[in-house]
Design a protein around this ligand. Structure first.
Ligand SMILES: CC(=O)N[C@H]1[C@@H](OP(=O)(O)OP(=O)(O)OC[C@H]2O[C@@H](n3ccc(=O)[nH]c3=O)[C@H](O)[C@@H]2O)O[C@H](CO)[C@@H](O)[C@@H]1O[C@H](C)C(=O)N[C@@H](C)C(=O)N[C@H](CCC(=O)O)C(=O)O
Ligand SMILES: Nc1ncnc2c1ncn2[C@@H]1O[C@H](COP(=O)(O)OP(=O)(O)OP(=O)(O)O)[C@@H](O)[C@H]1O
Length: 512
């Protein structure tokens, strides 16, 4: 059993900043003396406080952060920033207190001030959308490297600073963490930063205090309706990215109908891109070849200028993601021809757990994927079908304690587009895994095309069973776990790697 928490990256040589300066800069109220108090960092988690930190007490769904002020002080926090309720809770902490109406809303600007991240920032690119954020971000990083830049990256899977890589916790870190990360990137002379931005991050002030040069919207489809009342509210959460307070210019994919809505409502200038045949956009993607190893495409923009390249990933949706990345760089000021030259031999990007092929030359092709929405299933299954000469076999389970309203549709799409469907478990969290499987099976029954259906639990057994069904020419798509190295079972992170399990199953079946 494990409760491994990935590390948080911060500057190694932070500058000390006078708290009195913060109070006068933002005209804040305070209690207790700030004379000589200097801060070198900022955090909203008491268990991550480092000596010299400003601890920010945020009221949360479970607790008020300020109630941990004593712990924070014992770990070396020098002051507390919180709201009036938090100040009451922390009255005995002995820390000087800076008062704000909303600590979460203040966190971005204050973190930018502490780490001075708005002084000579690097080129800053942000990607949002339901699916494709991580993929587009990795592809952007890959192209920027091929253009010769030192890059930084923050995604659901990993955070990168040049060649340094750590596993991520949240998709988009809290503002204090993200500004610390940006400051650490500056120490490594990073020239271009790519940030994956979730709807939750936009709703919860996590990217406040960051001036994005270019932001992109990939698509919107059913997901996260546990966090948002309906699709309209989910859309509104993404739309706020397209505002002059956040970004200079935008790139919008018209591949989902919500793209047009972003274009109409955007408050910054945007350009458009589509991979849908016959659709109208300023930039158009034409698929040249789809194989089990790569997808090649032509991207044509204004004045019919075009480039041809490929992504080492399967499916037209990955070419669409790559096109969004290229257009973002054009909008950022790179010449299309220079980009085309840098990637003429193909885009060099390795995406952990995004339709990642884990099989070798013999036996079935096996892909491990992070897809966990009906639209992601549709796109990846369609891609797999394109080059599969035998049967398409799908294995998946659904997240517990997350949007349950998408489960029927996940089951339906999976059955509709596969020949054999194996339903298993994913992260049950505090839900009963058998009941999650039942809902998925109900969904599968709604499909017009019924795949041969199996139910196998736990996933360790399910992948072995699935491989035992497969033959040369077949493809297996295992959707859900992607890059992740644990399963959340009743709040405990149990070590688990779908990629390793799939490789083991293939080896034991004699396909290694
Ligand atoms: C719903 C949501 O976003 N919740 C976030 C929120 O939790 P919360 O309001 O429940 O916090 P809380 O537990 O009440 O604690 C309040 C405050 O006290 C602090 N605290 C708490 C305990 C303690 O001992 N010491 C301490 O300082 C906490 O750090 C926090 O600042 O603040 C916490 C502290 O930063 C986050 O870890 C937590 O994210 C949770 C883990 C989460 O799962 N978020 C998901 C929904 C999320 O944000 N997902 C998106 C998108 C993913 C996707 O695209 O699929 C993402 O960007 O990751
Ligand atoms: N443009 C796209 N359209 C539809 N589906 C996509 C697209 N790009 C990727 N996918 C599918 O969605 C899955 C998740 O992709 P990716 O991790 O890039 O998305 P994400 O937006 O970062 O997801 P998350 O919000 O869960 O981190 C992929 O593994 C693939 O199945």
């Amino acid at each position: 059993m494990s409760d491994r928490i990935p590390p948080v990256l911060r500057p190694e040589h932070p500058s000390a900043r006078s708290l009195a300066g913060l109070v006068s800069e933002f005209e804040l109220e305070h209690r207790g003396s700030l004379d000589g108090v200097e801060v070198t960092g900022i955090t909203l988690r008491s268990n991550e406080v480092q000596p010299g930190d400003l601890f920010v007490g945020v009221p949360g769904a479970v607790a008020h952060g300020a109630s941990f002020a004593v712990d924070a002080r014992e770990s070396g926090a020098v002051a507390l920033l919180t709201d009036a309720g938090g100040a009451e809770l922390a009255a005995d902490s002995g820390l000087p207190v800076i008062l704000v109406d909303s600590p979460r809303a203040a966190l971005g600007a204050v973190s930018a001030w502490v780490y001075q991240t708005n002084v000579h920032p690097p080129l800053t690119l942000g990607v949002t959308g339901t699916n494709g954020k991580t993929s587009t971000s990795y592809i952007l990083e890959g192209i920027l490297k091929q253009l010769g830049l030192v890059t930084g990256l923050s995604t659901t899977a990993e955070r990168h600073i040049g060649e340094l890589s750590v596993v991520s916790r949240l998709t988009t870190p809290e503002a204090s963490e993200i500004h610390g990360l940006l400051a650490r990137m500056r120490e490594s002379e990073v020239r271009a930063v790519v940030l994956e931005v979730s709807a939750q991050a936009l709703s919860r002030n996590r990217v406040d205090g960051i001036d994005f040069d270019i932001v992109a919207f990939t698509n919107l489809s059913h997901d996260h309706l546990d966090d948002y009342a309906d699709m309209e509210e989910y859309f509104e959460a993404k739309l706020v990215f397209f505002d002059p307070d956040r970004a200079r210019r935008g790139v919008v994919s018209l591949d989902s109908p919500w793209g047009e809505r972003i274009v109409s409502a955007s408050r910054i200038p945007v350009t458009t891109v589509t991979s849908v045949e016959g659709a109208d956009a300023e930039w158009r993607v034409e698929i040249l070849d789809e194989t089990a190893a790569y997808t090649s495409f032509r991207l044509t923009g204004p004045e019919n200028r075009s480039i041809e390249t490929s992504v080492p990933l399967i499916g037209r949706h990955m070419a669409a993601n790559a096109a969004v990345a290229i257009v973002m760089l054009v909008e950022a000021g790179f010449e299309l021809e220079a980009i085309g030259h840098a990637i003429q031999g193909g885009i060099d990007a390795y995406l952990p757990g995004r339709t990642e092929r884990v099989s070798g030359d013999r036996g079935p092709a096996v892909f491990v994927d992070f897809g966990h929405s009906p639209d992601a299933f549709l796109n990846t299954l369609t891609a797999v079908r394109t080059f599969t000469t035998g049967r398409v076999i799908m294995l998946f389970g659904a997240d517990g304690d997350r949007d349950a309203t998408k489960r029927h549709e996940m089951g339906r799409v999976a059955s509709e587009h596969s020949d054999i469907l194996v339903i298993t478990d994913h992260h049950p969290r505090f839900e009963d895994p058998a009941s999650i499987r039942r809902t998925l099976i109900e969904g599968a029954a709604l499909a017009e095309h019924q795949a041969e259906l199996h139910e196998v639990s736990p996933p360790e057994d399910a992948i072995r069973f699935t491989v035992s069904l497969a033959q040369e020419g077949d493809s297996i798509l295992w959707a859900g776990p992607g890059h992740q190295d644990y399963r959340d079972i009743r709040g405990v992170r149990t070590p688990y790697s779908a990629r390793a399990l799939a490789r083991d199953a293939l080896r034991d079946a004699g396909w290694a």
